[in-house]
Structures are given as structure tokens and as C-alpha cells.
Design a protein around this ligand. Sequence first.
Ligand code: IPM
Ligand code: MG
Length: 361
Amino acid sequence: MELKITCIPGDGIGPEIVAEAKKALDAVAAKYGHNMKYTDILMGGASIDVHGVPLTDEAVETAKSADAVLMGSIGGDTTTSPWYKLPPNLRPEAGLLAIRKALNLFANLRPAVLYEELAEACPLKKEISEAGFDMLIMRELTGGLYFGERKTVEENGVKKAIDTLTYDENEIRRIAVKGFDIARKRRKKVTSVDKANVLDSSRLWRAVVEEVAKEYPDVTLEHMLVDNCAMQLVKDPAQFDVILTENMFGDILSDEASMVTGSIGMLSSASLNDTKFGLYEPSHGSAPDIAGKDLANPIATILSASMMLRYSFDLDKEADAIDAAVKEVLKDGYRTGDIMSEGCERVGCRKMGDLIVERIR
Ligand code: IPM
Ligand code: MG
């Protein structure tokens, strides 16, 4: 099969980790007889440096013409990089928000799994981590505070900033359906997270989620307030299967969830629309402090490539091969700096990629 993939190496460690993910994909292609066609586009700081904007229309068109997009990371050091002297709509992150909107990527899947091999890295007490956990955060990605009207005005000499949190029932319904669909393939539990004790948008969220739940009698639904959820994530993460939530809450809770795994360098993510098309990227950022030093952990990006094979191309066997190779490398004791522990062998980004490729072949 021919797989048309647009790659966004991006900024910081992005180019290094995307290179390793391509190596893994090429190994899969060679083994299972597929043909990878990659086209690179610029986004974020890399695009600003060349075009003066974080994302061009041409780049969006190229992404649209592919079957899926594989992204590294974007952005730089917000205190020192000249990109952050630009107006907000021209900074690196604006490129990411623009591509999410342009490609209608409303469903963001962020798995947070405690890897058996890396249990040592979990910052929670042993009594809690022993139970293990495997949750998936389903974050709404193209609505809410991120895309509502915003402005800064001055009234009677007083500066005032306004951000608007809006959701309509259709936006809530389509993400809820995705959440329940995926729960059905997992442990059949959805925890819908909101702030219904305060926000109207949350009250509508809750009502629509209840409605959707009626179509999924085999899936258990519970509601949880976002502040309580933040607490439960460190108190009893094993209780969660699918966490379904709006854009801003999902942004915050997914960072917390990845932190409790202790290995953010391992976590992949997928952003999907209503078709098979998706954008796949690691859950971590661009780590400008270690960029270009062959120190980054490429595993989250390699696992994102595996998600891409699974969700956009229905190539489960091929995705399994990547996942198994990653597990084997960890079992064999190889670690990048971020997940290093005593008795293991420390390797760089390229070497980690090579070791995974060897195990795919
Ligand atoms: C994320 C990031 C982005 C977000 C930033 C870079 C705009 O934090 O993907 O979680 O807030 O969505
Ligand atoms: Mg975030």
C-alpha cells in the first residue's frame, strides 16, 4: 500500500525525533511491503524564519493532500527566542492552532500509560503506582477558550483582556461520540470532566454527553468536576479509562497525566477529524535546551507513527510491530537520558532509533 505522509519536523528536537520515526516507518514498510511517500512542510519557528509566518496556506494544502501528518514539535525558549517578540498570532504556537483548525482536527487522543519497564520513573507512591494505569484523554481540540473571540481593550484607562469560552451542542456531541467509540474498544468507561458547578458551557457539555451515553448502554459514564479530576489523577489514576473533556481542561489534565507516568518522552498522541485523516505527534514539547545534541528520546514520536499506522491506515499488524520493538528495547535495558535508571545502558536519540529498527526487522 502507498502511504502519503506529510512530515512537520518543526523546531527544537523536532527534526531529530521525526528522523527516527521515519526510520521506524521505513523498516515497517520494507518488512510488510508498503511504499512511504514523505513530503516535509515547515511550521512554527522553522516557518517563521523562512516565510515570516508560522504556517503558510501552501503548507496547509500539502498537509491536506496527504493521508496523514507526522509532526515532531514546535516552539522555542519563550524567554530568549526572537519568535516570542512577534505578535501572538505570528508566534510558533499559532501555526499549531491554525493547522488544527484548518484540518478540523477536533479529537485529540492522549494515552497516558504506566510502562511496566519504567515503573521506577513514576513519581507516585508505590502503593498507588503498583495498581498500574492505562488511560486515554480525549480532548476536544478546535473549540472552547482556544478559539473563542479574544481581545484586549482599555476602558477608562484600565486595560482589560477578554477570552471567550464557547461550545455548541454539535461540537460536544461529535467529541463525545469519539470518546464513547474508543471506550468501547477499551475498558468501557468514560469519565466526562467539566466544571458544571460554575460554567454554562460545562452544563451543556454534561447534558449532551448524557444524551450520547444513551446510545452506548454497554459503556459506563461518570461525571467529574475538573478540580476533583486533577486530584484523582495523583490519588488513584487506575480508576480512569477514557477521560472526555473540553480543550483547556484537556490541555492541563493531559500534562498532569503524562507527568504521573514519569516518562513524558514515551507518550504519543493523535489528533483526528471525521475521516481517517490525522495528525500524530509526541505529547512532549520541543525541548530547545537539548536540541541538536542527540539526547532526545524519539520513542514518543515513534509510537505516534505507530498510532498513525493504526488509526489512519488500519495497519494494525505493522503498528503492533513498532510497539513490540519499543517494549523489547526497554526490556533489553536501553534508555535515553530522560528515562535512565540504574543498571541500564544510556543511549542517544539516533542509537535508540537504530535499536528499535533492528527489532522491527
Ligand atoms: C499542547 C500544547 C499546545 C496547546 C500549545 C503549544 C499551543 O500545550 O498541544 O498541549 O495548548 O494545545
Ligand atoms: Mg499542552
